[in-house]
Design a binder for this molecule. Structure first.
Ligand code: PMP
Ligand code: GLN
Length: 409
């Protein structure tokens, strides 16, 4: 037996492989970033900015390092950051959150999601997500042994929208968590108040907790407004709100996230979180507290959203000129492009095959939307020809990618 095969069996014995889909593999983002590295292709796959966030925020971290914030921070996060999260939620959304009992600082939104699902769901429970969904959701739902159910987002002339009947049908008496994401990766949908009100009504009816991943909360375009579920009537008492510094401030490598929710739920999540990482990012926490409260940084974030809208337009036009049909996103870093014309021309079965071929065909890397769907689902079938591209790159990089993609037609 090969070395790889041997360890594969060990992992299966530990119960991991069956639960995370039967394969030992890197995430699609790591795989596609490695492919770009090997081939010299322009990497429009993994979503990370190629320009860092504000200098003042970086300096705040340097200062904290120099001032000695280099040992364990408190498990809940430093008080200044918990207070900054509470004041951010009050200022932007009118939410009243107690920084002492209702806020937890986490290692990115990723840990907040994992700790929340671990704390609230287990075998026999259903966790309902939108589909397509951010890839870590499926993995963590599998790890806790819960059942993953989904409600599809469908492409419409008005962007990707929630299908009401399918959403209703996806709820059951076993639905424990509704794990939402708005603004939504990968579709770029910003869910509207009416859509969220329906989710909220169904969650109340089925006594489910709503967990909302709002990491792109400030990155919306064309006047689209982000509505946090916790602001809807009667929802603060059953909603866990998750966000992170990575996307808002362009420091994805810092991995400082947070969540807030009702104190008893936060207590349960804290109990889990302390055994995942206990704490992290000590010198980054004061810097993120500064970023969340500083006026100058707030203006920088607004400019980031504007510049992202411009870069979205640039990439969408380039993709259309290169024979893709795009669904215009109203938020996030991403646009979904229907590659049907190219699949036909090159006799390729799906977006995944195109993504593997794209460095050779055009010198560009994207991510197949099949990485965000469940094999065999209706959404999986509908999204089969789609590829996700990111526009959170400098304009010259986008121009280069567009020029290369033009070779496809
Ligand atoms: N949720 C969504 C929807 C994301 O796109 C990402 C990745 N950027 C994350 C969570 C993870 O966030 P973090 O890097 O803060 O862990
Ligand atoms: N959130 C980023 C994306 O969707 C990637 C994060 C990661 O590499 N896990 O591209």
């Amino acid at each position: 037996m090969s070395e790889h095969g041997r360890w594969r069996d060990v992992a299966r014995a530990a119960g991991l492989l069956d639960r995370v889909g039967g394969t030992l593999r890197s995430t699609i983002f790591a795989e596609m970033t490695a492919l770009a590295g090997r081939t010299g292709a322009v990497n429009l796959g993994q979503g990370f900015p190629d320009v860092d966030g504000p200098e003042s925020v970086r300096e705040a971290a340097v200062e904290a390092l120099r001032a000695g914030a280099n040992q364990y921070a408190p498990g809940d996060g430093i008080p200044a950051l918990r207070e900054a999260v509470a004041s951010h939620q009050r200022r932007h959304y009118g939410l009243e959150v107690d920084p002492g009992s209702q806020v937890l600082v986490t290692t990115g939104a990723t840990e907040a999601i994992a700790a929340t699902v671990l704390a609230l769901a287990g075998p026999g429970d259903e966790v309902l997500t939108l589909e397509p969904y951010y890839d870590s959701y499926a993995a963590v739902i599998a790890m806790v042994g819960a059942t993953h159910t989904t409600a599809p987002l469908r492409a419409t002339p008005d962007g990707f929208r929630l299908d009401e009947d399918a959403l209703r049908a996806a709820f059951s008496a076993r639905t424990r968590i509704v794990l939402l994401n708005t603004p939504h990766n990968p579709t770029g949908a910003v869910l509207e108040r009416a859509e969220l009100e329906l989710v909220a009504a169904l969650a109340r009816e089925h006594d489910a907790v709503v967990v909302t991943d709002e990491v792109y909360e400030h990155l919306t375009f064309d006047g689209a407004t982000h509505v946090p579920v916790a602001t809807l009537p009667g929802m603060a008492e059953r909603t866990v709100t998750i966000s992170s510094a990575g996307k808002t401030f362009s420091f994805t490598g810092w991995k400082v996230g947070w969540l807030h929710g009702p104190a008893p739920i936060v207590d349960a999540i804290r109990t889990v979180k302390q055994f995942l990482t206990y704490t992290s990012g000590a010198p980054f926490q004061p810097a993120v507290a500064f970023a969340l409260t500083d006026e100058g940084v707030r203006a920088w974030v607004a400019e980031l959203a504007e510049s992202l809208a411009t870069r979205r337009d640039l990439l969408c036009e380039g993709l259309e000129a290169a024979g893709f049909a795009v669904v215009r996103p109203r938020g996030t870093y991403f646009v979904l492009a229907d590659a049907s014309a190219h699949l036909e021309r090159h006799s390729l079965p799906d977006g995944a095959a195109l993504c593997r071929a794209l460095p050779g065909l055009a010198g560009v890397v994207g991510v197949p939307v099949g990485a965000f769907t469940r094999p065999g689902s209706a959404a999986d079938e509908a999204m089969r020809p789609y590829v996700r591209f990111t526009f959170v790159k400098r304009e010259p990089v986008l121009h280069e990618a567009i020029a290369r993609l033009a070779a496809l037609v």
